[in-house]
Design a protein around this ligand. Sequence first.
Ligand SMILES: [Zn+2]
Length: 422
Amino acid sequence: MLLLKNASYINPETLEISNRNILVEKGAEGGISFIDTISDIKDRIGIKLMDCNEKLVTHSFVNAHHHAYSALSRGMPQPKVFPANFSETLAFIWWKLDKALTMDMIRLSAYATAIASAKAGSTFVIDHHSSPYAVEGSLEVIANAFDEVGISHLLCYEISDRDGIEIAEKGLAETDNYLKNRQGLVGLHASFTVGNKTLRKAVDLAEKFKTGIHVHTAEDSVDQELTMQNYGCSVVERFSGEGVLHSPATILAHCLHLSDKERKLLKNSGVYIAQNCESNLNNKVGHFTSKGLNNNIMIGTDGMHSDMLRSSQASYFIGLNHEEMSPGIALTRLTKAGNYLDVNNFKGNSENNLLIFEYDSPTPVSRENLPGHFYYGLTSANIQHVISKGKLIVEDRKVLNVNESEIMTEARGLAELLWKKL
Ligand SMILES: [Zn+2]
């Protein structure tokens, strides 16, 4: 057990800050408790005492939309032909990269993502994976790497007809196999690359395993244009008609190009939206606005990096320009993914997932101004320790369960191999 002495504990629900000694239980079902005097307990065998004087302690982050498979793309050479639009960005960059992935590359990408997530304070990652020529067993490879680092997860394979029906069937089979033993979602690339047969099979799978669909939705106007052309309706209307919106476990990533009618459909459903604003800026596809939606809005990093605080800050600043936004609204959005996991009874978001900020602020920190500190003060560099399911996984900014430098060396070698294949 861990004993966090003299911590400034932020209650994740009320944002109330109180000076506490926190006893952290181990295990997926473990909790935390507060004790007044630590003298009787601190020398008990099996207790690790951590001095948290002047440190902020709170619940760790959940990343609502990530792509571990893109971890080896950082700094890769530009494509020979520069993409003129979003469809070309997919065709010239991402669909080339994911097709070149081998199982070793997937494993190292997952380790690198899990390490970066842990160090930036996330103990839970909702990932969307694609590797059309290494489908079978890919999700278990990612799950094992995440488990080893100490990151809980909700994985899915990005099923699509874009590489033909045979590969779509492989994606469905991989999902079916994986969900027999693990919690996860049914992944789809996007409406414009998924035909009706595949869409129906995916919805059937989600119903079979009582889970949701995880799909890119109206990320670019091309999704709407091709959906209208091929299916005679908008993306969200199509999803609504096919049962994608039935489960509150369903995650629609992006949701930029929506009509008022689609916003109403989403508002009246229980599904969640994952906003990924830095990725939207990078792809020049537009910006998200919550206008006409409900509060089921979460934040993801979309494979750009694994730093949730950074993405939440970007969401805040972009939001100030395009929607109703305040530090409080932004912080609610940052923590919403935890609510999503709880509502849907997914495991791994227990009370004993904590992060410890080393934060020497030049101004007072209180319940009232805490959101301001999240958007104008704290960065992931302030994260000193991270606890996942009651166990330290990052101590003094170093991951504990794996050898980071060996993994990064191996990853760099595989990244060079991958880039040569492109
Ligand atoms: Zn994405």
